[in-house]
Ligand binder design. Sequence first.
Ligand SMILES: Nc1nc2c(ncn2[C@@H]2O[C@H](COP(=O)(O)OP(=O)(O)OP(=O)(O)O)[C@@H](O)[C@H]2O)c(=O)[nH]1
Ligand SMILES: [Mg+2]
Length: 678
Amino acid sequence: MRRRTKQPPELKLAELSGSFESYAAWRDGLAGAIVDLREWLRESQLADAESTRRIGIALDRLAEDRLVVAVVAEFSRGKSELINAIFFADCGRRILPTSAGRTTMCPTELMYDAALPPCIRALPIETRGRPGSTSDFRKSADEWVSFAVDSAAAEGMLEAFKLVSETMRVPTEQAQGYGLFDPDDPDHVAGVDADGNVEISRWRHAIINFPHPLLRQGLVILDTPGLNAIGAEPELTLSLVPSAHAVLFVLAADTGVTKSDLDMWRLVVRDSGAKENHIAVLNKIDGLWDGLKSGPEVDAEVQRQIGVVSQRLELERERIFAVSAQKGLVAKLTQDGPLLAASRLPALERALVEKLVPAKQTIVRTQTLSLIERVSEEMRQTLAVRERGLVDQLFELRSLQGKNKGSIERLLTRARAEAGEFEQVARKVVATRFLLNKVAAQALGQLKREHLRQLALEAKEKMRKAWRPSAFTGIVGEYCENLRGRLQQTNAHVAEIQKMIVGVQTGFAQELGWSLAPPIPFTLDSYLTEVNRLNDAAKAQFGTFTVLTHGKWGLIERFLESVVAKSRDLLVAAERDLEAWAGSLLPPIEAQVREQRGQLSKRADAVQKIRDVQDSLEGRIDEVEAALAAVQSRLHSLRERFETVRCRANDTDDNFTAPGNACSDGEHAAASRQRVAA
Ligand SMILES: Nc1nc2c(ncn2[C@@H]2O[C@H](COP(=O)(O)OP(=O)(O)OP(=O)(O)O)[C@@H](O)[C@H]2O)c(=O)[nH]1
Ligand SMILES: [Mg+2]
């Protein structure tokens, strides 16, 4: 395997981007091999609707594959500076605005979607005055204000990115209507100016579409505002942060771990599912370099602070990185090696490379291979049925050589009888399809999102009547319990379907000797886990309220909306998964039935023609031999093509090799990408 050439030390700055680049190249190589397999199946007339659909899913997943890194912290800990230093130093300057005090006012996603021009899309804060969560608004492009960005001019870009810090002053009533002002909160009241106005963010959410090489490769970075703002946008806590592949939680060495840092950690990070992705960053360690302390003294102080962070966040020391984002950025911009080393940024970057990329790659590899393996296996079985039919036919035809008319007649009778018997067995598939559709409809009925609307209205009404935060946990608990009940009932139907398919397969195995791959195991358990997480997040959120005021009611309503939006997304995804699974069960069996029927009828036809002396026996034997050779060659090609896919999927090492090496044809990633697009 050819490894990436060692990079000169100054280019080591690009280690992270190198790893992303290799990952993207690996993904493109894999997609290229799958496209080859798809083309070959099409040319060989083996592709059917189900296999095409599944290959399509694998390719779409690869094309849409994203790596999301969320950066979360109280305000002014240096989140934006850290993003500048780790990901965008190659822009030659600071691109996200940073300053003392609150800077990033709204959650900001940095990504690249080639379908859109470089731009910033921003959702106005006024949308908070209307029902709907950010993800609801995401679906309607009209709600977003789009600003073009000249990505070629650094100056223009920086200017455009300042949008995320824009604020405006509005009367307190208006802010209250948006759930951003609580007259009973002394901190909020202190912010009211002489005219009775308060400062709020101008935007609710911003999406920066920017063709940076890392973003082009599918990296998405989520920069977030501090606790106040994040607490007001429950979607971040419920969806965006928990679904990130890595969460960087930033603390600052000069402030230590404050109460609001801890609140934020608990609310946003600690209770958000997958903990293995969490990394804490102790930023601003340059504050410790006061010129009087020696190197070892500074180091001891850093270690001591790491100890404190570890204890307070209840996080292992290995997951805590002390850095100076600012000095790291300066070092990268000025190519200052010693300063970069002192900033300790490279250790954090290495951890990101080591933790983030391989973990993500393993998931993508397993998902893709399991889809493709299944398609290949089903194709192999169809070809194997054809092969077996031809071998039998050849055996029979050969046995006729030198035989009299009577034996030919007997053979014809037998061939017809076998075809008839097969039809009896095959009828079961039709009956199964009928039953499967019925049970699947019942299962899907449980997941209809219409149920949610009523359920959500009831929950809201109950909360309004109760007006006690202590009662809310129970009300949301009931809502979640109803969801769980639906998912569990669906699971029971799924088990019923599974049993039915296994029954049909066992029948075919006993009566025809077929060995069909058992149905892909499927449950909605992962969705049940998600509902539990939603419930826990709600508990954590309501736990922060002791007294309910009108100001907070807006926040509660918004939170409930997010819970409903999230549960609706869950049901939609569960419905989609279930539909795809149920739809994938019978087609492979039906394909085999078609194949077998075709073989049996060809066999009877051939014997009949020989009996009627329309065909010579020798000529027919030659034909069947040729057909057999063709099927065997296809089986061989199929195996080879699938091996190429597997080989591409496993084409990695700790450094990520360039694509094409292990699988010999040396095709370039860009070429594969073009073919995927085509
Ligand atoms: N000394 C020092 N200052 C830093 C470092 N990183 C960031 N800062 C400064 O800290 C201030 C806040 O940094 P930002 O990156 O804006 O912080 P943030 O977490 O994005 O803050 P918000 O956007 O307000 O939530 C800025 O003045 C930065 O220059 C660092 O490593 N060392
Ligand atoms: Mg910021």
